[in-house]
Every structure is written in C-alpha cells, then in structure tokens.
Design a binder for this molecule. Sequence first.
Ligand SMILES: Nc1ncnc2c1ncn2[C@@H]1O[C@H](COP(=O)(O)OP(=O)(O)OP(=O)(O)O)[C@@H](O)[C@H]1O
Ligand SMILES: [Mg+2]
Length: 240
Amino acid sequence: MKVLSVVNQKGGSGKTSFSVLLTLAVASAGKRVLAVDCDPQYGLSAILAPAEKVERLGLFELLSGLAKLEEVAVPVNRDGITFDLIPSEYRLESIATTLDPFALKRKFKNLKKYDYVIFDTPPTVQGISRAASMIADGIYIPSDIPIPSLGPTLYTLGSLRDVEKEGKVVLVGYKEPKEELKGCTARLAREFKDKLNGNCAGVLPRNVTMAKAVADPEFKWTAAMRAKILAPILEITEIQ
Ligand SMILES: Nc1ncnc2c1ncn2[C@@H]1O[C@H](COP(=O)(O)OP(=O)(O)OP(=O)(O)O)[C@@H](O)[C@H]1O
Ligand SMILES: [Mg+2]
C-alpha cells in the first residue's frame, strides 16, 4: 500500500481537482484506491460522493475513534471507475489543525484492502496536511500560475524538506513561453520554472473540459477521455 498526498499552502491552487483526477487515474489503472478528504471544507467529498445530509460518518469519526475504517469508506462508481472515499465535513475542523501526525499514521498503516491511499488536504502545511505529508510515499503540489501562487508553493516545498520529504509540483495551466516573448506573463512563467529548480513533475491543462471532468457527475469517461485526461496523470506520477 502506498500513500499519495496532495498539498499546497496556497488556497485554490488545484489540490482537490488534481486529487479527483489522480484518484480516477489510479483506479482506472486497475489499482484499489481509497481517496481521503482531509479538508473540513470537504470539496473532494462534495464532488466524488455528494450526500443529502452534510453530517455523515467520515474522517472525523475515524480519527476520533468513533467509527472504524470499513464503516466510513463509501464506495464510488464514476462511469465504471470504482474506488472508495472517506468523506469529511465541517466537524473535522475541530481536530484538523492540531492533529497528531501519528494519529493519521495509525489509522492508515498497511491497509490490505488498498493499493493506494490518496489524501486531499486543506490549504495549509500544518496540522492534518503535515500529517498527510509525513506518511506519504509521494507528495504532489498542484500550483496554478498567478503571481500569488509562487511564494506559497515554494514555502510548501521548503516545509516538506523540514520533515525530510520531497514534493513534486504539478503546474496547472502552465504554458511554456516562446523564447522571444517578453511581458509579465512570460516573465512569471519563466520565474516559476526557474525557482522550482527541478521540482516540477509535470503540467496539467487548465480548461473547461478539465473542470467538467472533475466536477460533472455526468461526464462520460470514454476510452478517449481516459487516454486524454487520465493517462497523462499516470505519466506524471509514474504509476502503471
Ligand atoms: N485543471 C483545471 N482546469 C480547469 N479548472 C480548474 C483546474 N484545476 C482547478 N480548477 C478550478 O480552480 C478552482 C480551484 O480548484 P480546486 O478547488 O481544485 O483548488 P484547491 O487547491 O483544492 O482549493 P482549496 O485550497 O480551497 O482546497 C476550482 O474552481 C476548479 O474548478
Ligand atoms: Mg481543495
């Protein structure tokens, strides 16, 4: 069993969207996947397993010792791609910021039922995000490209080094500037790549199809769409 964590201190940088696509990609490759929503804002749960009632058994109950993993994992079927999800909601807030990193490790150690556990985390590098990073075999840092994202992305990379982990940045919506191109956008794109200093795992397109693939439950995961959207994610993560 391997743990993949998706982190970035920057809010709205594409963590949840990448977590959704990563979950679908790894599950579509035939792996047994458990996606875990570590964010009290529960974006991952709302997308992958919307519930009529917000309060339901989930990560809060698991970490508080009120329920077992089998009781909180929800089976999800996205157009034939199947996996489990541990949902969250706002009550997770009461423990997320001060969580003991070993509490997460204890609950997710060597689960026999899964090949991959994928953690989507809130926009911070402390608390539950730090715990998810500390137990990860692979850490992905989605980053969109506007100016305010560079600082937090570099800060996230640095904070991972403090716990002796290495993160890999996925540039969301990045376009390589043509050599002759000047101006703010081209300068920023170059600066992003330079400052990441080899920590970039790949680029994810940012467009309407990607947004739909993530959020539209009616999205058709045809063979063509799997090849176009999910196969590049397996390449980025080197999962076969
Ligand atoms: N590849 C993409 N293509 C198009 N839109 C995207 C893509 N990735 C993210 N977005 C959009 O950007 C917004 C923020 O994305 P997302 O919720 O994934 O970020 P986040 O890092 O999880 O945010 P938070 O820090 O609040 O948890 C959303 O509206 C989402 O639809
Ligand atoms: Mg999110």
